[in-house]
Write a protein that binds this ligand. Structure first.
Ligand code: ZN
Length: 878
């Protein structure tokens, strides 16, 4: 038994391997009962490798059936084969071919890493360390090799045989078997290997690149679902065109395949030329998919496609550099969506997501830098911090360098590092070099965990016509990082004059200020503007130009002024949210809001709704107040989620009940009878209509519950139907149980729509929810091996049902812990993910905190947990 310390991997220990793998020949013999993998690795020592240096390959639950070097079988004393490693003691000190054979049982592979079967289809997932479950290998991203894959399988079970790269041969193999040979000319790390064998349908298309090469595109799926793949195909073609236009990046193979599978741990995977997708991120039909689903599909198709350059052509040297590919690729997919849809709406949505997931992570026991310097289980680092904060860091880089400067850096990155496995340092260097600037201090963003607090206080001196902004940044300690350095914080801003238009100044001093951006790079600064004729209202952190928590001394009047006049739509939205937040916070802490304050916010909301310049999607985002988790995060400690829930519901009623007539009129004015179209405008129309319905229900407006039931019944698409169901269930209206039952009958046969029912059921903030979930889980037909089902039910309960999960009697905590212990034996990644719902425990009020702690301690003392789950638990209790 190894200890945790032995398992910890440190960035500082990185060293290149003594041997290189130049090329890989894989031969898969796929049978119904098992799969035999024969591997030939062409291996070379490095120039400085000492004679007698053992060759150590990784494995995971493998069992070796034969081994040879250059065709000669090895004697037993020449190697040591264990399930998790293969050592050849004295390999030749020249180029040689190591041949191994292992036999796999894909059918029993419930962790869904390596080669597994999903609804009969053989498929693989290798990132980050799944390839070692397929064959013994140096399973690390800095080993780049070309792959040649031969697969043989029963023709009836697997008429479709796919792998990375180009199909170079195929034919009959006798006895009802057939074969295919795939070659990938681009050297790649093992985590990008993929193979699929199954009985699949497909839709096909082509894309002609800017330089005139024709690429064959295909999306494979279960037979019968082909008609649900067209939106994904459309998204793929738009992604390919966008990357050429925006970054000058063309696709590099003649084939691009996507396969949709039903059992998948994440969203999707960027394997070279053969992306494998969770089918929920491929299938779209208006009757079964919502606007959110359509947008998610478009985004993830783009994301995986963009990885072809940022991830595949240039990959990571080691897994500490994960955000090199993920942060950058998320930034790229965000830009794609912004260009395809509405930039402001996209930004608001992303920031809501960032605060909900990443700030929560960064403020709790699981906080870690975007580039961590140690890990015990790399699977636990596919986090909001690596992805979303990673993207924010790239965004700040683009903000600081400007679009042209950023592009220069990207161009140099590809020019210099194409074909390499590299680091964050190399990435920052090209931007520094291309722009003649030093990014040493900027790099701290990658190294330091925690969300900085930015405090701003303004002061106007009428006599001298000067205006001062006092800025302070502070980052609180996080696990393992007691002290923090000052970061480079780009603060986009504007000053707004009394008439609502932008104000000029004649001079500015105290910090670097360029165009409309303050660059704060010290703990504190005082920025003074001269020649300012009137007291301005400052619009700060426009576009959310840095991932910080900002507090200012602005009054409610100032905020409502911004909500009306700011020409930065992000800050208009933010200002309304800030007003709601202030009211919710003070009420939660015991100071009730004043009627005047609520009336003023109510009026601003009414004006927003009535505006004829704002678009529907923006209005939909604005007409609300911060979510419960948001309020809890701002309270920071001693949180009673029930109190937060009650205060928020009351505040929502106080603001929106007086507007019931306007809300209803606006609702009625937005038609619902057009045929479904996925474009941003129609999407915004539905979003606003459904927001209005949600507000009417939440504020108990007369007739609202019936209106929701009516919308549910008459809905012409899933977006409208699910919105009505969700609003009814969340408020637990009289009709809610009937609607839920109806939905289950109508759609229960479609697993992806069943997920929506599971999620709505699990989020109901009412006693009784745990019992209802228990009943669902106890049904023997409930598939406990499918990550989507498990996450929709228990992921949602643990993450999005704060009042029931954190019940004071501890029942919610115990329920989730029992589930984690059970599922950990089937799929450790899903178990570990659900367990992270507990990360809020340190900020709860004492009774709940104790209850959570005792449940976590009991889970830990039970022992026999996977490394994934044990790692999360250890960090959470540290
Ligand atoms: Zn990615």
């Amino acid at each position: 038994m190894r200890t945790d310390a032995e398992h910890t991997i440190y960035l500082k220990d990185y060293a290149p391997s003594p041997y290189r793998i130049v090329s890989v020949d894989l031969d898969f013999r796929i049978l119904a009962e098992n799969t035999t993998v024969t591997t030939q690795l062409t291996i070379e020592p490095r120039d400085d490798t000492a004679p007698g240096t053992p060759l150590v390959l990784d494995g995971d639950e493998l069992s070796l059936t034969s081994i040879a070097i250059d065709g000669a079988p090895l004697v037993l004393s020449a190697y040591l084969a264990e399930p998790n490693s293969l050592t050849v003691f004295e390999p030749p000190l020249r180029r040689f071919v190591l041949e191994t054979e292992v036999v796999l049982q894909p059918e029993n592979n419930t962790p869904l890493m390596g080669l597994y079967r999903s609804s009969g289809t053989w498929c693989t997932q290798c990132e980050p360390e799944g390839f070692r479950r397929i064959t013994y290998y140096m399973d690390r991203p800095d080993i780049l090799a070309t792959f040649n894959v031969r697969m043989t399988a029963p023709r009836d079970l697997a008429p479709v045989l796919l792998a990375n790269g180009n199909l170079v041969d195929r034919g009959d193999a006798g006895d009802g078997m057939h074969f295919a040979v795939w070659q990938d000319p681009f050297p790649k790390p093992s985590y990008l290997f993929a193979l699929v064998a199954g009985d699949l349908g497909a839709i096909t298309d082509t894309f002609t690149t800017a330089s005139g090469r024709k690429v064959d595109l295909a999306i494979y799926c279960t037979h019968g679902k082909e008609d649900q793949c067209y939106w994904a195909m459309d998204s793929l073609k738009r992604s390919m065109a966008w990357d050429e236009k925006r970054f000058g990046l063309e696709y590099d193979l003649d084939i691009f395949n996507i396969v949709a599978v039903s059992d998948f741990n994440f969203g999707a995977m960027e394997n070279k030329g053969l992306n494998i997708f969770n089918d929920k991120l491929v299938f779209a039909h208006p009757d079964t998919a919502t606007d959110g689903d359509y947008e998610g599909i478009e985004r993830v198709i783009a994301h995986e496609y963009f990885h072809n350059w940022t991830g595949n052509r240039i990959t990571c040297r080691d897994w500490f550099q994960l955000c090199l590919k993920e942060g950058l690729t998320v930034y790229r997919d965000q830009e794609f969506t912004s260009d395809e849809r509405s930039r402001a709406v996209k930004r608001i949505g992303d920031v809501v997501g960032l605060r909900g997931a990443q700030f929560a992570e960064d403020g709790g026991p699981l906080a870690h830098p975007a580039r961590p310097d140690e890990y015990r289980e790399i699977n636990n680092f596919y986090t909001a911090t690596v992805y979303e904060k990673g993207a924010e860091i790239v965004r700040m880089l683009a903000t600081l360098l400007g679009e042209a400067g950023f592009r220069k850096g990207m161009d140099l990155y590809f020019e210099r590092h194409d074909g390499e496995a590299t680091t964050i340092e190399a990435f920052l260097n090209v931007f520094g070099e291309a722009n003649g600037t030093n990014l040493d201090q900027f790099k701290t963003w990658y190294l330091q965990a925690g969300t900085p607090r930015l405090t701003v206080e303004d002061n106007y001196d009428a006599a001298n016509q000067t205006y001062t902004l006092k800025l302070k940044q502070e980052t609180l300690p996080t696990p393992g990082q007691p002290t923090k350095a000052a970061l480079v914080v780009p603060i986009k801003f504007g000053l707004i004059g009394p008439n609502g238009s932008p104000m000029e100044w004649s001079g500015v001093s105290g910090a670097e200020v360029r165009d409309e951006m303050i660059v704060l790079n010290t703990d504190a600064a005082e920025v003074t503007f001269t020649g300012v004729a009137n007291r301005p209202v400052p619009s700060l952190l426009r576009e959310f130009s840095a991932p910080v928590n900002m507090t200012t001394n602005l009054t409610q009047d100032d905020q409502l002024f911004l909500a009306r006049h700011d020409n930065d739509p992000f800050n208009r939205w933010q200002a309304l949210q800030d007003v709601g937040m202030a009211l919710a916070l003070s009420a939660t802490k015991g100071t009730p809001w004043s009627d005047n304050a609520v009336a003023a916010l109510s009026e601003a909301m009414a004006d927003t709704l009535a505006s004829d310049t704002l678009d529907d999607a923006f209005k939909a985002l604005s007409l609300t107040i911060p979510a419960e988790y948001q309020i809890a995060q701002n309270l920071g400690s001693d949180v009673d989620p029930v109190r937060v829930h009650e205060v928020r519901s009351e505040l929502l009623k106080a603001i929106f009940a007086p507007l019931a007539i306007q809300l209803l009129q606006a609702y009625r004015g937005l038609a619902s009878d057009q045929p479904y179209a996925p474009d941003a405008k129609s999407n915004g129309h539905r979003a606003l209509r459904n927001r209005l319905l949600g507000l009417l229900v939440a504020s108990d407006a007369p007739g609202a519950a019936n209106l929701a039931a009516e919308q549910y019944e008459t809905a012409r698409n899933m977006t409208d139907r699910l919105a009505a169901l969700g609003a009814s269930a969340y408020a637990w209206t009289e009709k809610a149980p009937v609607l839920l039952a109806d939905f289950k009958i109508r759609f229960g046969g479609d697993p992806l729509v069943l997920d929506k029912w599971l999620a709505v059921t699990a989020a109901v903030p009412e006693d009784g929810v745990i019992e209802r979930i228990r009943t669902i889980l106890a049904d023997p037909t409930f598939p406990k091996t499918n990550p989507n089902r498990l996450r929709s039910l228990m992921g949602v309960f643990a993450m999005s049902n704060p009042t029931q999960f954190t019940r004071a009697d501890g029942a919610g905590f115990r329920f989730v812990a029992e589930f984690v212990a059970e599922i950990d034996k089937i799929n450790p990644q899903v178990a570990a993910r659900v367990l992270t719902g507990f990360r809020i425990w340190p900020m709860l009020e004492p009774k709940r905190r104790e209850a959570a702690k005792s449940v976590l301690t009991t889970l830990q003392s039970g022992g026999s947990l996977s490394r994934n789950t044990a790692d999360i638990l250890t960090r959470m209790l540290a």
